[in-house]
Design a protein around this ligand. Structure first.
Ligand code: SF4
Length: 155
């Protein structure tokens, strides 16, 4: 582990991954500066999978839609000092939790499929699934807000 650097992890659950793609745009401008203070410990978009363990800051996008995802976000929470809900899906459950808005007939159509594949009855925002320390709204995230929130935890 790099000495004194914050271990930062970025996770995607059910969504179009638009926030983490946009985050790469922000990294293009800011990562060289941030790398003096952070180590990118987990980011599937740019590196191989590594163990979920001992993170200082976890950024999480998307919604929790399966029982397996629920266990994983609970593990991430337990291994993260700070957990930030990144984007509207993570903070509010929408737009990626659209099935929560289905009417009775649409919900009945997908019920068997959900049960057969270990899906939760409803999608959960990250905030509904675990305690979060902060949030960054926007679809995708707002760049200035991301920088403002993220840099608070680099001190
Ligand atoms: S908030 Fe929007 S851009 Fe971000 S993951 Fe959800 S749908 Fe994609």
């Amino acid at each position: 582990m790099a000495k004194n650097k914050k271990r930062v992890a970025i996770f995607s659950f059910t969504c179009d991954e638009g926030c983490s793609i946009y985050l790469i745009e922000i990294f293009n401008k800011k990562l060289m500066e941030w790398l003096e203070k952070i180590e990118l410990a987990y980011f599937l978009s740019v590196k191989d999978k590594v163990e979920i363990k001992d993170f200082d800051i976890s950024l999480v996008e998307g919604v929790i839609s399966t029982a397996k995802d629920k266990k994983e976000i609970e593990k991430i929470r337990a291994e993260s000092k700070i957990l930030i809900a990144m984007g509207s899906c993570a903070a509010t459950g929408q737009p990626s939790g659209q099935r929560n808005l289905f009417g009775a007939s649409e919900a009945a159509e997908i019920k068997t499929e959900l049960e057969a594949n270990d899906y939760l009855p409803k999608c959960l925002s990250i905030k509904e699934a675990v305690r979060v320390d902060d949030e960054i709204l926007g679809c995708p995230i707002d760049e200035n807000k991301f920088i403002e929130v993220f840099e608070k935890y680099l001190i």
